[in-house]
Design a protein around this ligand. Sequence first.
Ligand SMILES: [Zn+2]
Length: 219
Amino acid sequence: MGTRVIAATSVWGNTVTTTGAKWLLLLLLFSCDSDRPSTPPAPQPALPALPPPPSFNADSAYAFVKQQVDFGPRVPGSAAHVACADWMVAKFKSYGASVTEQKGTVTAFNGQQLPLRNIIASWAPAKKERILLLAHYDTRPFADRDDERKNEPILGANDGGSGVGILLEIARHLGASTDSALLGVDILLTDVEDYGEPSGPSRRTGTASTPGRSAASIG
Ligand SMILES: [Zn+2]
């Protein structure tokens, strides 16, 4: 008997509490609402619907990476480097880009003179509002962080190749786009980015020489 009374009280108490909370919430809402200006806010203009995004094709991007690797290491000054750069320029042009190149000579950390060739592909070049996307395309001449083949050039599927592969896939979509409202887009493929001074155990322990330096003259 005593148990039943307690249960009834508990149910009633919960009901009262819940109802009370609802009234309190309504009062709060009313109170907040009464602080607002009586005139309704002006309706906001509807934003234009965004066009559907292009479907980035991973297989296509991978094929662009593979093509670069198939040229071999793209070390500045090498025949593979020239062939890869020529191929990328042709690709950009086939996707409707205006292509300009910056050529010059770079003095590497070890004093070696290296040819430099930056590639700039532009879509809607007359537009003032622009987006810049960039990656380097040259590959490192030595695998100084490898455990065994430290003096061999790397193929650069990731470091160099992957960034360019993604940008070429974006370029393919830019070339196919018929959206005249697109912003201007520039894709910059930089050169001689990965020819820094080798890093080794001596550098990590703080007894190495000065950090890598390079100087460039473009023109
Ligand atoms: Zn890199």
